[in-house]
Design a protein around this ligand. Structure first.
Ligand SMILES: NC(=O)c1ccc[n+]([C@@H]2O[C@H](COP(=O)([O-])OP(=O)(O)OC[C@H]3O[C@@H](n4cnc5c(N)ncnc54)[C@H](OP(=O)(O)O)[C@@H]3O)[C@@H](O)[C@H]2O)c1
Length: 389
């Protein structure tokens, strides 16, 4: 076991999770009563399992018997080649995710791999297809079974790492900017967490529209990357009041505020909106201050959240929207249309996932630290491994 890694053990109980879009992702990670010798000889599959809520040690690398895949009607099984790590996985580990099924469970909402079996009624996928997947949980394992309707064919030129980095970040950024934000030429946008997964996706999407001015907040060490990716005004929110900084440059404020922070930052964002401006809130990162949950930060974020009446909105010509990708599970057609648009942008070279780092399952703690300790620029990826020497 290497530094920061997790030990490889055998899964002690069944892991069964519900698919984001109403299906079921299965990881039968249990081998009750199996003799040790038989287990040692039988081929196994690796899976990460969340065994409790808390710090990094709650994620265990385990193995389960490699039974032949048996997808049910409407499902397919895939050999997972790469998985995305998201902020929501940090919330899940801390027990702060409101839609989490009972533990133990295999986390991971997105990934990419090769189809190894298709269930009854699946006509548009075949063995060997390269697909990316968006699901509720269960992708952090070598083999997963998911509803076929929630998989998307990958272009030939796309790597598995890119496939695992695309759906969560780009669907969120696209729908926030275009569907709610109505981004148009000449607009100005404030992107918080601008160097993160969703942030970098948003920067690329802003460049697909003419003459968009982007203000981006991130740690100072990331500002050069931000400038290279179209941010006209990078702001180090650790040392500078970003409201003052933006008002100095643009006294009337901005047209769109992307708000993944919540708490007092939502009200600050609202105060920055021009008439006809839109604030889209899609996260509560302010609730997170370290590896374990912080009740004070949670209370502060909840207490300071924006409160605005319909009358105030009417009089100020502003809009406040909320976006949650996970709650679009009943509308795969809507998501399919946006994915088609994203794939067109990818093929035209307008977007390309920016991969921060790739970690084998053994190093899931290090991978999580990249996000938690604010080190990542772009997307953090996990691969089943095993880790190479
Ligand atoms: N509603 C939805 O459907 C949806 C979907 C996807 C993501 N999201 C939200 O979008 C945001 C970005 O998600 P992501 O997965 O792309 O993560 P990410 O942006 O890659 O997150 C890591 C980065 O966020 C910044 N950050 C700001 N506050 C932080 C905090 N309290 N703790 C740790 N890092 C913090 C750090 O960079 P700097 O400090 O340098 O800025 C860090 O490097 C999150 O709030 C997430 O919940 C929402």
């Amino acid at each position: 076991m290497l530094e920061g890694g997790v030990g490889l053990g055998h899964v002690s109980s069944a892991v069964r999770t519900t698919g984001r879009f109403g299906g079921t992702v299965t990881a039968d990670c249990n081998t009750p009563g199996r003799p040790a010798a038989a287990e040692a000889a039988a081929p196994t599959l690796r899976c990460l399992v969340l065994t409790g809520f808390g710090g990094y040690d709650k994620l265990k690398l385990q193995q389960r018997p490699a039974a032949p895949p048996a997808p049910g009607p409407g499902q397919l099984s895939l050999r997972v080649r790469a998985c995305g790590l998201n902020f929501s996985d940090l919330f899940a580990r801390q027990g702060l995710h409101d839609r989490l099924p009972p533990l133990p469970l295999t986390p991971g909402v997105e990934g990419a791999g090769e189809v190894v079996a298709v269930g009854e009624g699946v006509a548009d996928r075949k063995v060997g297809d390269r697909v990316m997947v968006l699901t509720r949980w269960g992708m952090w394992q070598e083999e997963a079974t998911v509803p076929a309707a929630h998989t998307f064919l990958m272009p030939e030129a796309m790597s598995f790492e890119e496939g695992a980095a695309l759906l969560g970040n780009y669907l969120t950024a696209y729908m926030v900017l275009f569907d709610f934000g109505n981004l148009r030429p000449g607009h100005s946008v404030l992107v918080h967490m601008a160097a993160g997964g969703v942030g970098m996706a948003a920067l690329q999407l802003c460049r697909t529209v003419e003459n968009v001015t982007v203000f981006g907040t991130a740690s100072a060490s990331k500002h050069e990357v931000l400038r290279n990716n179209g941010v006209a005004h990078p702001i180090d929110y650790h040392t500078v009041d970003y409201v003052d900084a933006i008002k100095k440059i643009s006294p009337r404020g901005v047209d769109i505020v992307m708000d993944p922070l919540g708490g007092s930052d939502t009200a600050k964002g609202y105060s920055l909106l021009k008439p006809m401006g839109k604030l889209i809130t899609y996260g509560v990162a302010n609730m997170m201050t370290g590896p374990k949950r912080n009740l004070m930060a949670m209370a502060r974020t909840w207490w300071n959240q924006l409160s605005v009446t319909a009358q105030q909105l009417l009089q100020s010509n502003r809009a406040v929207c909320g976006f949650y990708l996970g709650a679009l599970e009943d509308d795969p057609e809507l998501l399919g249309r946006v994915v088609a648009r994203l794939l067109a942008l990818y093929s035209q070279g307008h977007i390309k996932p920016h991969i921060d780092s790739v970690w084998p399952f053994e190093k899931v703690a290090n991978a999580m630290k990249q996000l938690q300790e604010k080190k990542n620029v772009g997307k953090v990826i996990l691969v089943p491994g095993p880790e190479k020497d």
